[in-house]
Each structure stands twice: as structure tokens, then as C-alpha cells.
Design a protein around this ligand. Structure first.
Ligand SMILES: [Zn+2]
Length: 444
């Protein structure tokens, strides 16, 4: 009897790629495979010759000289600070904040500043293969408008600082305004929120206690800078008689929903506390090196079972929102820090820049790896440039050879956001006029 031929299944999009690095399963490289997408979700990843028989796609994209990865997740940034890119460099953290950043923010930060800065930042991130960012800044309503327009996935901080700014007068006002934004974007498919107490040295115990309760009630992450400099620890010991992480633990803030940014200066007890409460660290190697804050003990944290994601920090302290560069620097810094060339290899760096970030944000059911059922958040990089050949191991190339200039195409939720290196949601002309407008204002 003849086998009955099955009719091909209709799908929206089929992407044929030379290589696919799905991140899950770990350490896997697929060659000549295709991603089948329907309704924004990945339905299958199978060999391309089978995919053509099994699926009838409305659109087929052929990427014969490309590597496809999950979209990257920038686990810590201050998107709007892109308008202050290069405003002040080569200063230690507190002088950089007190002499340059805080005065400029006092003078310029507004709804328009945050919307424009976030558009510029989102455009840079998308073009570099970042499909999700975890943002912390003022006026989250304005950043939500920017990320909505760009069609980019973003987790926006309900920022809390115990001093006034152009945005809010005190901690209660920050919370009130942030929660109003949270409510107004509640049903958006790409925009989410986190509570974002700025740092232990700028937030009071009373505010932390409220934040801890709210994060539990709303079931959202807590996003905070911790143990960035040795001065931060000395001042906490002086003012509170505790190291910042111990203080956060006693206030009930540590838990699996806590994303601790930087975590450069850690002793054995700090690491035990973070590990016990299953916190995530957002490692920002370039910002840490540029501000001479130090090297986070990433290898040790990973060995202790902690999840470590990667962040760019803001463009005022980096000065690019480029996660490929963060992956490379994280790997090199880990090797230098441990004296071992096998520290932080390529697959692990990519996992940090994708799946670990998604888990920290509570969205690993949606993104962070390429698995059937997840959203189609994808990034494609070209590998046909003589500068990047020969190629023997695509994952090693992602870390040591390629970069954001190789990114050709980006999809979020199955929607194309970058095509052939060009953004589809906003023009370069508009981005340039935004950058020039604020460059002139900030110069004054
Ligand atoms: Zn930061």
C-alpha cells in the first residue's frame, strides 16, 4: 500500500539558515536547518530539506551564509542616557555621577528627553541583535512609548530614589508615577515592568520594605545596582553597620526575582547569600572596567550555581549598547581574573547574553532560546565576509570574530524589525535629527 502523502502545514514564515545556535539544548549547533514560525511563535526547528516538504510558508527567508541565534537580552541599561554618550569619560563612578551626569540630568531630563533617548538606544540595540532590554530610568511612560514604536521587547524600571529629580519629588512619588505607567501598559504584548530601586546608597530602608512587598504582590522583578564599588560597601558599613547585600537580605529583598547589577566586590558571605536566595547577577564588564570599579567574580558565581546575565549599562558609561562586545569582554575578563584560558567559553557567554537574561526577567517561557512554543525573537549574522573566514566553529566566531556590524536581520515575535541591516520602524534621518537636537541642547 502506498503511504498517503500528508499536505504541508501552513505557516507564516520559514527561515532557512546555514547555522542555528538554539542555546537550548546547550552546546548545540545545527547546520542547514530551518525555523518554522506561525502566529509569532516558533513551531519547529528541523533540517531544511524536510522543512520544505512539511511546511507551506507564506514567506520564506533564505540565510545561506548566516548564523541564527536567539535575540540577545541586555539585562541592564539606562536607555535614555544614550543622549549623554561621551559627555564625560575617564572619571571614577562618584565623580562621574556628581560632576557630570547628575547636573546634566537636573538640567535636561524630561518626558521628551527620555522618549528620544530611548528611541536612539532601542534603534542601536535592535540593529545590534538585542531584542529585549531591562531598562532603569526616569519617565518610564516615555520609554514605553519609544519601545512600543520600535516594536522591541522591554522591561522598564519603576525607578525609586530617595531624592528629588525632574521626574518625581520623593520615594512615594516615584512609586506612584511608576505604578501608574505599569497600569497603563499592563496588557501590552512586549512591554513589562520591574521595580527598580536605584542602589543601596540612594534608597532608604522604608522604601526598600515597600518595594519588597510590592514586588511580591505584582510578581515582577527587582532591578538594583549592588556592590559596584568598594566605597559603596565602606559607606554601608558606616551608615547601616552591614554590607549592602546583608542589608538587602535583612529587609527581605533577596530572592529569585532580584537582579543585582554589577556585584563586583563580593566576599564569601555575599556570594552565599546571593546563591541561597537564587538571585541573578547582571554583569556589565565594560562599564566596570571603564569606571575602574573592578572585575566581578563571574566564574566563581557560575560555579556556585548563580545565574549571570549580561548588560551594557548606559551609553554614558560604556559607550555602546553592544552585547556582542560585552560577551567578548566578559569572556576575556574572566580568563584574566582566573588565570585560566578555559574560563567563560563561547557557548556559556552566549547563554548568559540570552537565556540567563530571560530567566532573570521571568520571560524564559517566551524568549532567550529557540524552542518550539517560544516567541520568534531571532538574530541573524552574516559570515560571508573575508574578514570573518575561514570558519570552523560558528559559536567561537560569534564570540571572537563577529560583532554587531555582522547583524543583518532581527525578528521579534515573528515580526521583522531589521532587514538587511536596516531598521524597519524608524528612519536614519529621524534618528540623526534626534541625536543632533540633543547634542546641541546638552552642549549649552
Ligand atoms: Zn547602571
Amino acid at each position: 500500500m502506498k503511504a498517503r502523502k500528508m499536505a504541508p502545514t501552513p505557516i507564516d514564515l520559514l527561515i532557512d539558515a546555514r547555522y542555528i545556535i538554539p542555546v537550548e539544548p546547550f552546546n548545540t549547533t545545527l547546520e542547514h536547518h530551518s525555523v518554522a514560525i506561525r502566529g509569532g511563535r516558533i513551531v519547529d526547528i528541523i533540517p531544511s530539506d524536510q522543512a520544505r516538504l512539511q511546511y507551506a510558508a507564506s514567506e520564506t527567508v533564505s540565510l545561506p551564509e548566516h548564523i541564527v541565534t536567539p535575540g540577545l537580552i541586555n539585562l541592564h541599561t539606562h536607555a535614555a542616557m544614550t543622549l549623554m554618550r561621551g559627555l564625560a569619560d575617564d572619571l571614577p563612578l562618584m565623580r562621574w555621577l556628581q560632576e557630570a551626569i547628575w547636573p546634566a540630568e537636573t538640567k535636561h531630563v524630561s518626558h521628551a528627553f527620555v522618549r528620544d533617548g530611548s528611541l536612539l538606544a532601542g534603534a542601536e540595540m535592535l540593529r545590534g541583535g538585542i531584542t529585549t532590554c531591562n531598562d532603569m530610568y526616569f519617565f518610564p511612560q516615555a520609554s514605553a512609548e519609544a519601545f512600543d514604536r520600535l516594536g522591541m521587547r522591554a522591561v522598564l524600571g519603576i525607578t525609586v530614589i530617595d531624592f528629588p529629580s525632574q521626574y518625581a519629588s520623593d520615594a512615594d512619588d516615584y512609586l506612584h508615577k511608576g505604578l501608574a505607567s505599569f497600569e497603563s501598559w499592563r496588557d501590552h504584548p512586549l512591554i513589562r515592568f520591574a521595580l527598580a530601586p536605584h542602589a543601596p546608597y540612594t534608597v532608604s530602608n522604608r522604601s526598600f520594605e515597600r518595594i519588597g512587598i510590592l514586588a511580591g504582590e505584582l510578581e515582577i522583578p527587582i532591578h538594583i545596582h549592588i556592590h559596584e564599588t568598594s566605597d559603596e560597601i565602606a559607606s554601608s558599613l558606616r551608615d547601616f553597620g552591614q554590607r549592602p547585600i546583608a542589608r538587602l537580605e535583612s529587609l527581605g529583598l533577596l530572592g529569585p526575582n532580584l537582579i543585582g547589577v554589577h556585584a563586583v566586590h563580593l566576599d564569601r558571605h555575599d556570594i552565599e547569600r546571593l546563591s541561597h536566595h537564587r538571585c541573578t547577577i547582571a554583569h556589565c564588564p565594560i562599564s566596570n572596567m571603564k569606571l575602574a570599579s573592578g572585575a566581578a567574580p563571574v566564574t566563581q558565581l557560575l560555579e556556585q550555581g548563580l545565574s549571570v546575565g549580561l548588560g551594557s549599562d548606559g551609553a554614558a558609561s560604556n559607550n555602546r549598547l553592544d552585547l556582542w562586545r560585552e560577551m567578548l569582554q566578559a569572556s576575556l575578563l574572566a580568563k584574566l581574573d582566573t588565570g585560566s584560558a578555559s574560563s567563560l567559553p563561547a557557548h556559556q557567554a552566549l547563554r548568559m547574553a540570552t537565556l540567563h537574561g530571560a530567566r532573570a526577567l521571568g520571560i524564559d517561557d517566551l524568549t532567550g532560546s529557540l524552542l518550539p512554543g517560544k516567541a520568534a525573537d531571532l538574530c541573524a549574522l552574516r559570515i560571508d565576509d573575508p574578514d570573518s573566514l575561514p570558519l570552523f566553529d560558528p559559536v567561537s566566531h560569534l564570540l571572537y570574530v563577529l560583532g554587531r556590524h555582522c547583524v543583518t536581520d532581527v525578528w521579534i515575535d515573528g515580526q521583522r524589525r531589521v532587514k538587511g541591516g536596516e531598521l524597519l520602524q524608524i528612519t536614519n534621518t529621524e534618528l540623526l535629527s534626534i541625536a543632533r537636537l540633543w547634542q546641541n541642547k546638552l552642549r549649552q
